[in-house]
Structure formats: C-alpha cells, structure tokens
Design a protein around this ligand. Structure first.
Ligand code: SAM
Length: 243
C-alpha cells in the first residue's frame, strides 16, 4: 500500500517515521481540533481581537501553557509591551515556550510557573489579565478571580474565554452527544486516551454558566462585567474591569 514502509527508499522511510512521531507529539492540538472542529483557533483570535489590549500593555496570560494566546497577544502589545505567561504545569510551559521559540516569537515574553489562585505579583501590576480555557480547571475559582483583580492596575481588565452553556436546545442536545459519545471514542482512536476526553466533557458540564460566572466576577470586585457568546454559547467571553 501507499503507507507500507517495505518498498520505500531509506531516506523516505525515515521521513515517514518522523511524521508519525510528530503527529503523536501534536496530540494536544489534535484534542482541541477534534473537540471544536478547529474552531478554537477562531475563538482565540476573536478573544484577543475584542480584548481591548493595546500597544505597550503589560498582560498576564494565565493557564497559558500552550502559548496560543501569548502568540496572538505579542504582536498587539508590541516591543514596548510585555506578555507574562503563567501556568501551573511546567511541562505545558515548556511546550508552549518551545513552540513560540520555533516560530521566532521570543522577546517581550516571560514564562513562569504559578497557581492562578496565588499570583506571585504585587498589587496593580498588569493592564490586562487573560485566561483562556483555563478557569474551568482551577479549583478555587473565586479565589483566582479575586487575585486577578488584585494584580490588575485600576482601569485594567480581565478577560475569560471558557466553555459555557449552549443556548439553543437542539444544538445543546447535539453538543452533548458530541461531547459524551463521540469525543471519548475519537480520543481513544487518535490519542489512545478516552479518559482525558471524558474528563474534558465533564469539566465543561460542571463549569458555571454565563450568568453564574458573571455573578462570581462581580463578587470578586469587577465592574462593568459583560458577556459575549460565541458559536451559540458553546464558549463565552467574560470581560470585567477593576474600577
Ligand atoms: N490557554 C491555553 C489554550 O487556550 O490553549 C491552555 C488551555 S489548557 C486546556 C488548561 C491549562 O490550565 C493547562 O495548561 C493547565 O496546566 C492550566 N492550569 C490548570 N489549573 C491551573 C491553575 N490553578 N493555575 C494556573 N494554570 C492552571
């Protein structure tokens, strides 16, 4: 067949084997793409586009281990600004840093291991704090939101991108079938890992819906809190200000 290695010259065989391993290393991206049909890339672009982050800003991107958001933020803040990527997992930080370095995105970025519940920064340090697909995984979300508020400068903004509650009842039904029936199977097939995909579906279900998260942000001290649904509320962007 086309995929058999037997009749392939040695140099090509090496290339084919290399590609197989590269695809294994890309599992994390694959997971995001399977989950969202690739739409997560658009959600992230939109998130940064509506963030209001400006040239020269100092931004903290929490749970930013993959570097996806940092890569989009860096050109916005420019050479005068800075993006600090914080994640609780050293391996994720390593992967993100390598990836951005390979793409030539190096200066003006800092990578640091930290827990979103206990940020290692003084009060009033950042113009913006972003957290994309991360808050769901944080144990004490109220504590994390309060600490994000603390490290923001007055007038600074927090932006949360996260799975939320699907509005349309029929879409909601389809979405549940996709999350609980199809995804774990795809996870087993492509990544030999059905459990992680099942965890993912469960964590999305348990995450506070649009109104609940808005209430939590108000309770943490944020003002002018606004919610924007993307793709019928499959994900939502919450924005709030430190007044
Ligand atoms: N923001 C990236 C993106 O959108 O591609 C990564 C999202 S990934 C689904 C969730 C990340 O949250 C992981 O890298 C994980 O290590 C991190 N995380 C989980 N709990 C955390 C915590 N308490 N503080 C900081 N990061 C945390």
């Amino acid at each position: 067949t086309h995929f058999g290695f037997r009749d392939v010259p040695a140099a090509d065989k090496q290339k084919l084997v290399g590609e197989v391993f590269t695809s294994v290393a890309r599992n994390y991206d694959l997971m995001n793409d399977l989950m969202s049909f690739g739409i997560h890339r658009l959600w992230k672009r939109h998130f940064v586009a509506v963030s209001g982050v400006r040239r020269g800003d100092r931004v903290l991107d929490l749970a930013g281990g993959t570097g996806d958001i940092a890569a989009l933020l860096k050109p916005v803040v420019g050479d005068e600004g800075e993006v600090v990527v914080g994640d609780i997992n050293a391996a994720m930080l390593g992967v993100g840093r390598d990836r951005l370095t390979d793409r030539g995105i190096v200066s003006g970025l800092r990578w640091a291991q930290m827990n979103a519940e206990m940020l290692p920064f003084p009060d009033n340090s950042f113009d913006a704090v972003t957290i994309a697909f991360g808050l769901r995984n944080v144990t004490d979300k109220d504590k994390a939101l309060a600490d994000m508020h603390r490290v923001l400068k007055p007038g600074g903004r927090v932006l949360v991108l996260e799975f939320s509650k699907v509005r349309h009842p029929l879409l909601s039904k389809l979405y549940n079938v996709h999350s609980f029936q199809i995804l774990p199977r795809l996870g087993r097939l492509f990544a030999n890992d059905a459990d992680s995909y099942r965890y993912l579906a469960e964590s999305i279900c348990k995450h506070p819906d649009q109104e609940t998260l808005k209430g939590m942000m108000l309770a943490a001290g944020f003002g002018h809190v606004e919610v924007r649904n993307l793709t019928q509320g499959i994900v939502a962007i919450h924005r709030g200000y430190k007044l």
